[in-house]
Design a protein around this ligand. Structure first.
Ligand SMILES: [Fe+2]
Length: 297
């Protein structure tokens, strides 16, 4: 996250001025011209082409050939109920089902949105889903989150009541962190749980993180024993203080025993963590600290 844009008074104009060009000089991919003050747009489902629906089906089928026995049951069961196999789904339909299950809704967004807006959506049980789909040549890798990552990867877990509560808590924590200067730390928790989290189950270690669930290669890699990546039990303070990789598979995976553990660990006030961690150096992504035990995937 870019801390230079994190003033809580940030406006649409500020956001567009500061992040309309990324570090590589390319413009953000989404069309922000019709976004409202919460960065919400219409999905405009009728505008998707048959080629885009076909690409979605291929992405869906590839992931479903990899996920059984690797994704957690909560994800698989919710995904199958969502009926998302036949093409890019209509957000409104799934949103109604999601609201009935856990009180969350889906809102369509043009792409990346400011942190403040993102946290406000989560704090109000709204999950922002990007409307555009990647190009065929990006089948295996995409830099910015698209509709496949956001919808396929994230939405099924929101049908789980405890995980859904965790996500709201995270959003409220984000709003607090903005005022406390803790955003770098809190972003790491999102990364290592919501995006790249693993969970111990009675059947073995399983994936619940959307970044893995929507990726072809990392689904297998993250559960393969003997790689250079580490698996350690989630400790909140340790996680908040651990750097992460954005351009390769993760070098550390944090593992939980239950979603309740995740919720409970996030419930306390994080201010003492931020105050302490701001004074020191963060751990590299591949570190193993004295006393830490590596878990076998
Ligand atoms: Fe994501």
């Amino acid at each position: 996250m870019d801390t230079t844009t994190l003033d809580t008074t940030v406006s649409n104009a500020d956001f567009l001025a500061t992040v309309a060009t990324k570090s590589d000089g390319a413009a953000l991919r989404g069309d922000y011209t019709h976004a409202d003050e919460h960065y919400v747009v219409q999905q405009n489902w009728a505008a998707y082409t048959e080629e885009e629906h076909e690409l979605w089906r291929k992405l869906y089928q590839r992931q479903m050939s990899l996920l059984p026995g690797r994704a957690c049951d909560e994800f698989i069961e919710a995904l199958l109920q969502m009926n998302a196999a036949n093409g890019i789904p209509e957000f409104e339909k799934t949103s109604k089902e999601l609201y009935a299950a856990t009180g969350w809704t889906i809102v369509a967004v043009p792409g990346l949105i400011p942190e403040l807006t993102f946290f406000e959506h989560l704090a109000n049980r709204r999950f922002p889903v990007t409307v555009w789909l990647r190009k065929p040549e990006e089948f295996n890798y995409i830099v910015e989150p698209d509709v496949f990552h956001d919808f396929f990867g994230h939405v099924p877990m929101l049908f789980n009541p405890v995980f859904a509560d965790y996500m709201q808590l995270y959003g409220k924590g984000g709003l607090k962190a903005m005022k406390l200067g803790g955003l770098d730390q809190l972003a790491r928790l999102y990364w290592y749980t919501v995006e790249f989290g693993l969970i111990n189950t009675k059947d073995g270690m399983r994936i619940y993180g959307a970044g893995i669930l929507s990726s072809g290669g990392e689904v297998e890699f993250c559960l393969t024993p003997g790689t250079t990546s580490r698996h350690i039990h989630l400790d909140i303070e340790r996680c908040l203080n651990t750097l992460y990789k954005i351009d390769s598979y993760q070098e550390t995976y944090f593992v939980i025993d239950s979603f309740q553990e995740l919720f409970d660990g996030t419930a306390p006030d994080f201010k003492p963590y931020y105050d302490k961690l701001k004074l020191g150096e963060a751990f590299p992504a591949n570190s193993l600290l004295p006393g830490e035990v590596e878990l076998l995937p």
